[in-house]
Ligand binder design. Sequence first.
Ligand code: SF4
Ligand code: SF4
Length: 178
Amino acid sequence: MGEKKKKIVKTIKVNADECNGCRACEVICSAFHSLPKYSGNNPARSRIRVVRHPLKDIYVPVYAGEYTAAECAGRDKYVIDGKEYEECAFCRASCPSRDEFKEPDSGLPLKCDMCEGEEEPLCVKWCLADALTYEEREEEEEEEEEEQEEMEIGLEALADKYGLDKIMDTVARMSMKG
Ligand code: SF4
Ligand code: SF4
């Protein structure tokens, strides 16, 4: 085994108690990712979604994680400080069981990219309630080969689910818009 390199892991710490459900994070995320940038905003395209139940005082910002081809078999309800959270409330997956984290036109999965190219994630910057905090930490990097393999498996899963033609069409459409 070769010597492992260090990498920076970027994370967003979510403090749901501070969230007031304003949805500014959804607006800025979808605007930043529209093509061309800031040409529109549609929270359905946002990589962060806020689970809101105002009557129960429940606001949970969740940002998009990995795509999954199948929904999970066992699900749990959570009761925290007397509030009952629905089964999928904290889940970050782009999953067949719900509409969150899917590009509305193509159905392709969305994933948070930490606002690539920006100094700080924009949802963090726009959250005036301080519910979101950006953090970086250093970790040992996996070997390059393993990373490559994971990426290939990810692409294969997408092609299985959506069909290679659909993916190619979407990519072509995005490049035309850009
Ligand atoms: S911007 Fe902050 S307070 Fe507003 S919904 Fe998003 S996480 Fe909650
Ligand atoms: S870090 Fe950027 S891409 Fe990720 S949820 Fe926030 S605004 Fe969206």
